[in-house]
Design a protein around this ligand. Structure first.
Ligand SMILES: [Zn+2]
Length: 87
C-alpha cells in the first residue's frame, strides 16, 4: 500500500536527505520520528528531553553521518555556517 508523503518527509527530501538508504527514509517517515530538519536545512536528531520550569525541553544533536549506512549527510562546517552565517 502506498502511503501519502508526510510534510516532514517532503522537508527531508527538499533539503537532500534520505537519498543514501531506505532505512533512513523509513526513519524520517515514522509518525514520531526523532529526526528533524531546521529552517536553515540542517539535519538534527532528538537525543533527550528534560522537564523544566517552562515545560518539556528537547536536546538536539546535528547528524553528520547516516546512522544506518554510514554515508556522509552534512559537514560540521555546514552546520556552523547555517548556525552562525558566513562571518
Ligand atoms: Zn543511509
Amino acid at each position: 500500500m502506498i502511503q501519502p508523503e508526510s510534510a516532514a518527509s517532503r522537508r527531508f527530501r527538499q533539503f537532500g536527505f534520505g537519498g543514501c538508504c531506505d532505512r533512513l527514509r523509513t526513519a524520517f517517515e515514522l509518525p514520531n520520528s526523532h529526526f528533524l530538519v531546521d529552517d536553515e536545512g540542517a539535519l538534527f536528531v532528538t537525543t533527550g528531553w528534560v522537564e523544566g520550569g517552562e515545560g518539556l525541553g528537547e536536546y538536539h544533536s546535528a547528524v553528520l553521518f547516516c546512522p544506518f549506512c554510514g554515508a556522509s549527510l552534512q559537514s560540521a562546517d555546514k552546520i556552523r555556517y547555517l548556525s552562525l552565517g558566513p562571518g
